[in-house]
Design a protein around this ligand. Structure first.
Ligand code: XAF
Length: 238
């Protein structure tokens, strides 16, 4: 494993997020707040120092793509402006490995709050499926706030959010009965997207909850459709 000071944290947080995502939405603590076809969005209403920090968990089933493809396009900074509509600026501050980056993102301002930025490490990895041998491997992409000497302190101008986000994907293949080759029609990708964002500076709770209610469904719907469109007619990446 790469000898980078952040590596132990990246390893720990990524595997913790994997377990957290795989818990699903059991236990009755999750409140369904949006539904669109296969996509179901849940939240928990929590406040930290009077700030709404509502953990979010979304589950979705997408046909015709693999978990490797889904997490690849979520991780890749090169395509982020194509699907992340609230992004204003993005800079890769450090490339720790080909599957691990440190990124600074400046997002569009949402009235009446001040503009936010996010500084986080981003990691993607394949995890062998330890419960079901003949299942496909699981893929996880994880973004977690971090410090970096190159990030501007942007005192006063911008508020830095603290976030932990993961996208966990499990691919299943319904093999064609007559031994024909597997095509995208036989692929199903089960997605769990988890997000905890501390907005950093004070935002009216009602305004913040309205932003989440509007932005999260739009984001996941747009992102997954983007991946389907990109993968269509392309060779399958398992
Ligand atoms: C999807 C969503 C939910 C809640 C708020 C907004 C939003 N609207 N206008 C500005 C933002 C905004 C402000 C700060 C942020 F850090 C992110 C942010 C959101 C998602 C992620 S990610 O890691 O899931 C995908 C990579 O961008 C990172 C930062 C988004 N967008």
């Amino acid at each position: 494993a790469p000898a980078h000071p952040l590596w132990p944290e990246i390893e720990r947080v990524t595997l913790e997020q994997l377990q957290y995502a795989r818990l699903g939405v059991e236990g009755g603590v999750w409140q369904l707040f949006a539904e669109d076809g296969e996509m179901k969005m849940y939240k928990r209403e929590e406040e930290v120092d009077g700030l709404a920090v509502d953990p979010l968990k979304a589950v979705h089933t997408v046909k015709g793509v693999t978990g490797r493809e889904m997490t690849h396009y979520f991780f890749s900074p090169d395509v982020r402006f194509e699907w992340e509509t609230t992004l204003e600026q993005m800079k890769v501050l450090e490339t720790i490995a080909d599957d691990t980056l440190i990124i600074l993102q400046i997002h569009k301002r949402v009235w009446p709050a001040s503009q936010r930025d996010a500084l986080f490490w981003s990691h993607v990895r394949r995890v062998p499926n330890d419960t079901d041998r003949d299942a496909q491997d699981i893929w996880i992409a994880c973004n977690h706030s971090t410090e970096h000497h190159e990030a501007p302190s942007n005192e006063g101008k911008m508020v830095r959010v603290a976030l932990t986000v993961c996208l966990v994907c499990q691919t299943s293949i319904e093999p064609p009965a007559d031994g024909r080759p597997v095509t995208r029609d036989h692929l199903t990708c089960k997605i769990t997207y988890c997000s905890v964002v501390n907005p950093g500076g004070w935002v009216p709770t009602s305004a913040l909850r309205a932003v989440y209610k509007r932005e999260y469904p739009k984001f996941l719907k747009r992102f997954t459709q983007y991946v389907k469109d990109r993968c269509d007619k392309q060779p399958i990446l398992f």
